[in-house]
Design a protein around this ligand. Structure first.
Ligand code: ZN
Length: 143
């Protein structure tokens, strides 16, 4: 069970342009800025979303019915760590439709930005990397 101490470093803040893929854009920013460990927070809206749910019994993700409608990003938080030698963004979000009804879960590639204001807090300390965990089937932080 890896537990490490980190110091917060730079904060990177900005917008992601309309039409861009949310997760891929964040990963690109992290790669360009040398973020290997970090915390992500963002708000905004999407034109469509790709959200999944992890089924613990069968150890696999299943896409929630694709949500191809404009929604607010009520809240989204996540982290950055290394996976396969590249910065990996793990992001969860709560999205609301015009009715106020919400969908939430693990944000996948395929989520298209309408507008997005993000901040990434860079962490400095031991490498934070993901490896497959047999008990859960997930790629978790490992030493
Ligand atoms: Zn997740």
């Amino acid at each position: 069970m890896p537990v490490h101490d980190y110091k917060t470093s730079d904060v990177i803040a900005g917008n992601i342009p309309k039409g861009a893929d949310l997760v891929e854009s964040l990963a690109k920013i992290c790669s360009e800025r040398g973020v290997t460990a970090g915390l992500i927070s963002l708000i905004g809206s999407v034109s469509e979303a790709a959200i999944s749910y992890y089924h613990q019994d069968v150890k696999s993700y299943e896409s929630i019915e694709p949500v191809k409608l404009p929604m607010e990003i009520v809240s989204a938080s996540g982290n950055v760590s290394m996976k396969d030698g590249k910065p990996h963004v793990h992001l969860h979000a709560v999205l609301s439709a015009s009715s106020g009804m919400c969908v939430a879960g693990h944000v996948d590639s395929g989520t298209k930005v309408f507008a997005c204001e993000f901040s990434i807090i860079k962490l400095e300390g031991p490498e934070l990397s993901r490896k497959r965990d047999d008990d859960t089937g997930l790629f978790l932080w490992r030493d």
